[in-house]
Design a protein around this ligand. Structure first.
Ligand code: CU
Length: 307
């Protein structure tokens, strides 16, 4: 609980963190917001999903993150539904995003965009998927997601103060496989569509973006089923003054427990999401081009229950 309290203190003491959703990757509104990484090592998960995930018969693209900050992967991989295996080979954490380089984007704009704390406008014009934020419990631990990859030259970026990237050529007629998912999530225009009740435990979630701009989803645990206004009030409150021993002894009102990375329009991602039974709120901290308001402030909050 102390770790969670620490996260909450960070949230409460940093009103400006809600603006951090303007960074690349799920790292954006999430890791920067909470000062930690969202996904625990698979080795730390205490159960496996009811259906085997990822399915064994999918092509696997292994992406390796080294201690020196570099990222490497195979030069090519077939298009279609693919297991993306993010391996921490010496890297203390993995914060990544994948995208197809837009036509005509200069090297200068590419490098500047990757180094910028803001989402570059060009990222809204292309395919984005493969955004994870993962802290390994032990060296060599991996985090796996499944994505439908369209043909193209995909950039795989290791987000850091000095970003590194590699490229992989995705080619051929896409072989798309529908994977059984316990929960379906749609990223819509400033809104999420997901069930009011989702199954607790390690479950496969399928997420897709049906909007024209980028979205992600950060999941916060809450003590009650909160209204949008209540969630935002907690996240934007000034912290510190009301911190008493009694308050610290109780569970924090709102704390992050996971999420789904950035997707562009029509991208599809499958991922195991592990929730205890209880109440949650899903928020998006990304922004529209030219508008600094995180989507959560214009309605992109959805409360739900895990049972
Ligand atoms: Cu959004």
């Amino acid at each position: 609980m102390s770790g969670q309290q620490h996260y909450v203190d960070r949230i409460l003491s940093r009103r400006e963190t809600l603006e951090l959703g303007t960074r690349l990757g799920l790292a954006a509104g999430a890791a920067a917001l909470v000062g930690g990484r969202l996904f625990e090592s698979a080795a730390a998960q205490d159960a496996t999903p009811e259906a085997a995930f990822p399915p064994a018969d999918l092509p696997v693209l292994e992406i390796t993150f080294a201690a020196d900050g570099s990222v490497s992967a195979a030069a090519e991989s077939p298009a279609g539904t693919t297991t993306l295996r993010f391996v921490a080979d010496g890297a203390p954490f993995i914060s990544s995003v994948m995208f197809v380089r837009p036509d005509g984007l200069s090297d200068e704009d590419l490098e500047a965009g990757l180094a910028s704390p803001e989402v570059p406008e060009w990222l809204h014009t292309t395919r984005v998927n493969g955004s994870v934020d993962f802290e390994p419990a032990a060296p060599g631990d991996a985090f796996e997601i499944v994505a439908d990859l369209a043909p193209g030259t995909w950039y795989i970026v290791a987000l850091a103060e000095i970003p590194a990237y590699t490229t992989v050529e995705i080619s051929g007629d896409p072989v798309t496989v529908e994977i059984e998912a316990a929960v379906e999530v749609a990223f819509e225009h400033h809104d999420f569509t997901l069930p009011a009740e989702v199954p607790a435990g390690d479950q496969v979630w399928r997420a897709t973006n049906v909007d024209d701009v980028l979205h992600h989803m950060v999941i916060f645990a809450t003590q009650t089923l909160m209204t949008d206004e209540e969630v935002l009030a907690v996240l934007t409150a000034e912290g510190g003054e009301e911190s008493t021993p009694e308050a610290e002894a109780g569970p924090p009102p709102v704390f992050p427990v996971g999420g789904i990375g950035i997707l562009s329009k029509d991208e599809v991602l499958y991922q195991v999401v592990s929730l205890e039974p209880g109440f949650y709120a899903a928020l998006c901290f990304l922004t529209d081009p030219g508008n600094p308001a995180p989507h959560a402030f214009v309605g992109m909050i959805e409360s739900f229950t895990a049972v």
